[in-house]
Write a protein that binds this ligand. Structure first.
Ligand code: FMN
Length: 390
């Protein structure tokens, strides 16, 4: 079973990820890993924190001579900002911390601050927000980069783009080549494939900057080259659509997920929504009239692109703070303000790629197994033969 865990506080020493269950022999490039981390940091509307950090992965276990060796992969990403927090978040209590602790007693609506402080019985939400912060997704993106390296061995690629910022929305489908071009850009504005739409998106972010507000949006993640047969219809927790949805909604600020054309489908008649089935005798393969299902039917991949959208609420921390209550005095107060992003939709798309890559790699290994990459490849090729002679 492929699984991963992350650890680390937003302003702590570092973020840590461990990834267990990969076969030996997967080529790993640190440059590719760092490129993914860089992509997560980009986008118009990011706050001051991203100017401090320039994320860099240190792989400290599980990879030797540029290949996985079958043992757990461990990755460390250091927080440069830690230098400013050594007194606020020491591992050992020095006893004289006082105000250096940077307490948060005015919980911010839309954050884990209040619910977490109640649950863990803290009168200060600092420890809660340190872990709830989306800084944690840096570790997820590192894991996703390794999952992508595995999938690439089977010609499966995962990319994303932004389809909406606030009410500005791309009104057409994006082509795969456009996503490839976006992923290679050295300067990222808002991650849209259409320059005119992207300009309008920027206007919305500028408006949010001007008014001390924030803005959300929608990203789309596409996986190309996925074989039919990943996931299963047989039980609620084996259905791949459910597993993908869980992974996407677990991203901080993602409040909804759509697989294929779910929203449009819900407003249409059945005859207009299903993807008709055809057969190409020359290529000896089944084809589909469209891909409104987003590549998954009955919880199983059907061989079409897997298409997933994540819906982000606007960032909760506002320069124009919302009403709150002090945890100690219970007096009405304005919520705490910490340096914050205004729009993160392109970054969330990159995180979405990582999550989809991980879930697909997990489902792929469930089906094809293997302790070494050649063994996984043999198993996969046997399955491709089965599909050919079906
Ligand atoms: C890439 C990324 C960056 C984020 N940056 C911020 C931020 O700077 N300020 C903020 O208030 N929320 C930020 N968020 C969202 C919060 O982490 C999130 O809203 C909060 O932890 C509460 O979780 P929930 O919205 O999923 O319920 C960010 C989310 C993502 C995906």
């Amino acid at each position: 079973m492929l699984r991963y865990e992350t650890a680390g506080e937003s302003h702590g020493e570092c973020l840590v990820a461990t990834l267990t269950g990969l076969p030996a022999g997967i080529p790993i490039s640190i440059d590719d890993l760092n490129r993914e981390l860089w992509r997560r940091q980009q986008g118009y509307g990011r706050g001051g924190r991203m100017k401090i950090e320039s994320d860099c992965a240190e792989v400290v276990a599980g990879v030797r001579h540029s290949h996985t060796i079958g043992s757990p992969v461990a990755i460390v990403i250091r927080n440069k900002d830690w230098a400013n927090w050594t007194e606020a978040l020491p591992v050992e209590d020095a006893g004289d911390a006082g105000d250096k602790q940077k307490p948060v007693t005015r919980p911010r609506p839309g954050h884990a601050d209040l619910a977490g402080a109640l649950k863990y019985n803290f009168k200060d939400a600092r420890y809660i927000l340190e872990r709830a912060s989306a800084r944690e997704t840096t570790a997820r993106v590192a894991v996703g980069a390794v999952a992508k390296a595995f999938l690439r061995e089977f010609e499966i690629e995962v990319l994303s783009h932004v389809i909406a910022v606030g009410s500005v929305r791309l009104g057409r489908e994006a082509r795969w080549e456009e996503l490839v071009a976006l992923s290679r850009k050295e300067e990222v504005l808002l991650g849209a494939v259409d320059a005119e739409i992207e300009r309008k998106m920027k206007d919305v972010v500028d408006q949010a900057y001007r008014t001390g507000d924030t803005v959300g949006g929608v990203f789309e993640v596409v996986a190309r080259g996925v074989p039919p047969g990943l996931g299963s219809h047989i039980a609620w927790d084996t259905r791949l659509d459910g597993r993908i949805a869980q992974a996407m909604v677990s991203i901080q600020a993602v409040k909804g997920v759509e697989i294929g054309h779910a929203e449009e489908g819900a407003a249409s008649f059945g005859s207009a929504v299903q993807d008709t089935i055809h057969y190409d005798r020359e290529r000896r393969r089944f084809t589909r009239g469209a891909n409104r299902a987003g590549g998954i039917e009955g919880g199983i991949t059907n061989g079409e692109d897997v298409v997933v959208r994540g819906f982000l609420k606007p960032i909760s921390t506002l320069r124009r703070p919302l009403e709150s209550v002090d945890l100690v005095t219970r007096e009405p107060m304005l919520a705490a303000y910490e340096r914050s992003d205004v729009c993160v939709v392109p970054a969330a798309g990159v995180i979405g790629e990582a999550m989809l890559a991980f879930v697909l790699a997990q489902a792929f290994l469930e089906k094809f197994g293997g302790d070494s990459l050649p063994e996984t490849k043999r198993n996969f090729e046997g399955y491709l033969e089965q599909l050919k002679s079906y």
